[in-house]
Write a new protein. Structure first.
Length: 245
């Protein structure tokens, strides 16, 4: 006697098929992509505008530049354009060739020969002249190792990024930071630039090449389908980390 009704086999098969259809429909649904926020850099410092010291004057020091001043960045909050032109090439080659050959032989020159002769037992087959020609123990070893390795790396980056002056250091050195996010067809590329520049190296058009930056950090990476396809799956990465061979 069953108190609770037993499920039929057809109902169980129907439930499994329904679950499979739901999972398939969810997998076929278009993936919703969200915008990737730009890496957080140093927050800008808001400087209040100076008060008008001479109301009614034709020249306002808050908005007017000096007569011989240019538009090059020199203060905190100013913008400078950085032309990233990085060409790097490195080649390393190593060759190793080592060999070793050693041998050892141990023999017996005289085995009781003089004592046997004194005892009148010289006819026992002991030859004093040729007894040590053939060693009783002989060993030899030979080892050889050859190794050859070569690595080559080449990279080229060309871009223009606007950077902001975040600090003014001694000697007219400016600490700049900048980032640019480019999104095309659900593929996001982010360029981040950080470093130190001299105000005297900034050109008249307010640009500076990245080769003139000190302590430069240039990051160029992407997020999206192409970036995901360029790396192995999560299960493969786990197996590579735990596989001892």
């Amino acid at each position: 006697m069953h108190i609770f009704p037993q499920p039929k086999q057809n109902d169980l098969v129907s439930a499994i098929l329904t679950l499979g259809l739901l999972v398939g429909a969810y997998a076929c649904a278009p993936a919703t992509t969200q915008s990737v926020p730009t890496p957080l850099l140093t927050q800008g410092v808001e400087i209040p505008p100076p008060a008008e010291q001479n109301p009614g004057s034709l020249f306002n020091p808050a908005s007017a530049e000096m007569l011989f001043a240019d538009n090059r960045a020199r203060r905190v909050g100013d913008i400078v354009m950085i032309n990233i032109v990085e060409n790097s090439q490195a080649t390393n080659k190593a060759t190793t060739d080592a060999s070793r050959d050693s041998s050892i032989g141990m023999g017996i020159e005289h085995l009781l020969d003089q004592r046997l002769i004194n005892m009148g037992l010289s006819g026992l087959g002991v030859d004093r002249d040729n007894f040590g020609d053939t060693p009783l123990i002989r060993a030899s070893s030979t080892s050889e190792f050859k190794g050859d390795g070569e690595t080559k790396r080449e990279s080229t980056i060309t871009a223009t990024v606007g950077a902001r002056v975040v600090r003014v250091l001694q000697g007219g050195v400016l600490q700049v930071e900048g980032a640019r996010e480019i999104r095309v067809n659900n593929e996001t590329q982010i360029i981040v630039v950080r470093g130190l520049v001299r105000s005297t190296d900034i050109d008249q058009d307010n640009t500076i090449p990245s080769t003139h930056m000190a302590d430069a950090t240039i990051e160029f990476y992407g997020m999206g389908i192409l970036a995901d396809k360029q790396r192995p799956g999560w299960l493969t990465r786990i197996l590579e980390n735990v596989w001892p061979f």
